[in-house]
Design a protein around this ligand. Sequence first.
Ligand SMILES: [Zn+2]
Length: 325
Amino acid sequence: MTTEARAVQTVTGRVRPEDLGRTLIHEHVLIGFPGWNLDAFAPKFVRADAMARAIDQMHELRDLGVGTFVDPCPMDLGRDVEFLAELGQRSGMQIVCTTGAYFEAEGITHTFRHLPVEEITAIYIKEITEGVGETGIRAGAVKIATGAHQISDYERKLVTAGARAAKETGVPLISHTQEASCGHEQIDLVTGEGVEPHRLVVGHSDGVDDPDYHRSLAERGAFVGFDRFGITLILPDEVRVKNVVALAKSGHTRNILLSHDSIVCWQGRPVPFANRYEDVLAMLPEWRPTSIPKKIVPQLRAGGLTEADIETILVDNPRRFLAGA
Ligand SMILES: [Zn+2]
């Protein structure tokens, strides 16, 4: 299944791997943390305004040469695949959505806590092969997520279900890690289900200034997600750039994926950072999905990466990851 390149499933249909182009592997169009709709004082969510903002953002990205936008929104964080499909149609952006739920502390856990791993696996496979609900809109990857420094029983069950669904369908796995911990445990769980390590990106690994950790993930064959560019409350971007360059120079250019984990629109209050979207933008001025093409690529060049390295990281790596070649 994973030895030959497959078409990539987007919310608007299948795309040939060679047509993906520059790809952002971990961004969000729309996020609503569980309970956002219970907050009587949250900013009102106006769908048409959100859509207009998202279209503008996709047009700007396309002008910067981005062809594909992967939105690994967990099922329980306000995922809205019809919003994504409409956005894809109206903006021309190729958008990939995911199946899979969030980590225990921040997800909606009641139902999946009680369902056995076999049923959760079947739900994920249904969303990949038939579509989400009645929409026919199919997931192109699986989201898995673990908490800080240890994996709970709930999370282990969902990661196992995700790995089994990925193994069955051939789609890759995009992970969330908390405090850049448990990357190796994620690799252990996923490969333990028979999935090859290069079908997993260990997400948010750029949250620690630890080149040995990054290299150790790459040496096992996984993709290393430097996917929070612009979230300078965690680490300055200069540190991320330094660590990307270090990993590339240690011979692992083919294991690097870049993104921002940016959020174009919020449902409700963008807790816990701020009350309003504008407050978040003011607090994190570089946290835009355009930052990599505009600001980070020149810094990677200045750090010694060649044009071929940058092409590998922005085009070839996401294509190999998504298409499984
Ligand atoms: Zn994310």
